[in-house]
Design a protein around this ligand. Structure first.
Ligand SMILES: [Zn+2]
Length: 266
C-alpha cells in the first residue's frame, strides 16, 4: 500500500472514488455526484493554496484520495483536508492504512500536531476519527455555512499508542483487563514506577472522547487501586498521579503509580 501523488492522468480514478459515496458528498457539498470538471476545479483550488494530493494505491487498484495542507492560512496548522476511501473498499482497513502512511509522512516532516474538520452530521466520520486518536477541539461554521467539528492530533507525543499498544516497544505487564493495561515504566522516574493506561486512545482524564466514559474510568481506577495497593503493601507508601495540560508530556491518558526515591531518567 502506498500514497502516490495525484496527477491529471489519474483524474478518472479520482472521479470514481469521489463519486462512490453519495452520503458523504451530500452532507459535505449538498450534492450526490460531481462532474469531472467540478472535481478538476476542486483540485485546482486546493493546489492554489498549497495543498498536496495523493491517491492510496493497493496493488493495481486506487482505493482512496488524501489531501493535506502543510500550513492552513486560517490557523497556521497542517490540515488533512480530505480522506475518502472508495465506498466498496470501506471497512477493510484502508482508512487506517492511509493514516499510518500520513502519520509517517508528518513525522518525517517534523510535524507535531495536525488538524482536520468533520461535518457535524457525519457520524461515521466522527467514529472513525475518534478511533484514530483525534481529539475534538472546537466547532466552527465553514464557508458553505456548515457546522464543522475541528479535531486535532498530536503525532509526535503519544508514546502509548505509537510504541506500547502496537507492540513496538515491549513492556513488562503488571496487570491487564479488557480495556486497561498496567506495566512497569520503560524509563522510570521513581524506584517503583508503574503506568496504567486505557488500551484505546483517550487523550487524558478530562478529554471528551465518547470512549472516555464512566465505565472506562471505573475500570482504570480498579486497576490503579489494585496496583497501588500492592505497591503500598510492598514498599509502605505510594503516590497516584495523572498529569493534565502542560504537565502532561504524552497525550494519552495515563496514571503513574510510584513509590521510593526519584531516579535520574524521566
Ligand atoms: Zn494514544
Amino acid at each position: 500500500m502506498k500514497l502516490v501523488t495525484s496527477t491529471p492522468e489519474l483524474l478518472d480514478k479520482e472521479v470514481i472514488i469521489l463519486n462512490s459515496d453519495p452520503f458523504f458528498n451530500r452532507i459535505s457539498k449538498d450534492k450526490d455526484v460531481f462532474t469531472e470538471e467540478e472535481i478538476r476545479k476542486e483540485i485546482q483550488s486546493g493546489q492554489n493554496i498549497g495543498a498536496e494530493r495523493f491517491l492510496l494505491q493497493d496493488g493495481d487498484q486506487y482505493v482512496g484520495v488524501l489531501e493535506f495542507l502543510m500550513n492552513n492560512p486560517n490557523d497556521g496548522y497542517p490540515w488533512l483536508g480530505l480522506l475518502q476511501i472508495r465506498k466498496d473498499a470501506q471497512g477493510q482497513g484502508f482508512g487506517r492504512s492511509a493514516m499510518e502512511l500520513f502519520y509517517g509522512m508528518m513525522k518525517e516532516r517534523g510535524v507535531k500536531t495536525f488538524r482536520l474538520g468533520v461535518i457535524a452530521e457525519n457520524d461515521p466520520g466522527h467514529r472513525f476519527w475518534k478511533g484514530q486518536g483525534m481529539v475534538p477541539v472546537k466547532s466552527v461554521i465553514n464557508q458553505d455555512g456548515k457546522e464543522i467539528v475541528v479535531y486535532e492530533k498530536d503525532v509526535s507525543q503519544d508514546f502509548y499508542c505509537d510504541e506500547v499498544l502496537n507492540g513496538k516497544t515491549p513492556v513488562r505487564k503488571v496487570m491487564e483487563t479488557e480495556r486497561v493495561l498496567a506495566y512497569h515504566h520503560t524509563r522510570p522516574s521513581y524506584e517503583h514506577h508503574i503506568v496504567v493506561i486505557p488500551k484505546i486512545h483517550v487523550g487524558s482524564l478530562i478529554s471528551e472522547e465518547e470512549s472516555n466514559d464512566d465505565g472506562l474510568l471505573l475500570e482504570l481506577m480498579a486497576v490503579v487501586k489494585k496496583v497501588a495497593a500492592d505497591m503500598t503493601l510492598s514498599t509502605g507508601a505510594a503516590k497516584v498521579i495523572t498529569n493534565l495540560g502542560a504537565y502532561q508530556d504524552s497525550k494519552h491518558f495515563h496514571w503513574h503509580v510510584v513509590s521510593g526515591q526519584r531516579t535520574g531518567s524521566k
